[in-house]
Design a binder for this molecule. Sequence first.
Ligand SMILES: [Fe+2]
Length: 239
Amino acid sequence: MTTENNYSIHTMELGPMENFVYLIHDHASDRAAIVDPAWDVEKMLDLAREKDIRITDILLTHSHHDHINGIETVLDRHDAEIHLLKAEADFWGASLPKPHLHYGGDTIKLGASNIDVLHTPGHTPGSACFHLDNQLIAGDTLFVFGCGRCDLAGGDPEQMFNTLQKIRRELPANTVLLPGHNYAPEHPHSTMDEQCSGNPFLHMENKDDFVRYRMQVHDRIRDTPYHAVSKEQALAALK
Ligand SMILES: [Fe+2]
């Protein structure tokens, strides 16, 4: 759990794919937003009940099954509103109950806490990251020492390159990365500083190298659990 002045973020690893489900608890209002509810999400709902927190919002980083299969369980127990990017809703095509459709640059207000929405396409067309102060809930865009696949429907490695370059340029080194899966159990979360020195996908400086590494090289030479990779090691793998 991480605590800022006006909110806490609770983390649970749930399900068979090491998904992280996050609960952002706004202290002033005792409201909470659950991010990517899936699998045994009841455990997070139980935590909310113990703490007398009302879940009023569901935030989706993207629409893949392993990030959304607990939505109905949440809605059975809480009158919560669903937030996702319009681009992801268009890609997904699901009929959701009164969704709030967002664009990159929007801010979601949760009581006294502000959650900035970043549009980070690459894994899916409407993938989002949620940014609170110095914390980035990154879904399947950026993992600790990894990044999301780009070979599934709607994936695009060129977009992922642009997305990761932008994250790298714009987010301060002390930003805490809260990924969508626990693929580096020795580091369930990390900082941008650590990622800039050990994430092979952030070592690729040109788009063609990145695309080749993501689409042809990476999955042949690496598997989870992920560990840090130096820039020299990452570039050597391209030869
Ligand atoms: Fe995904």
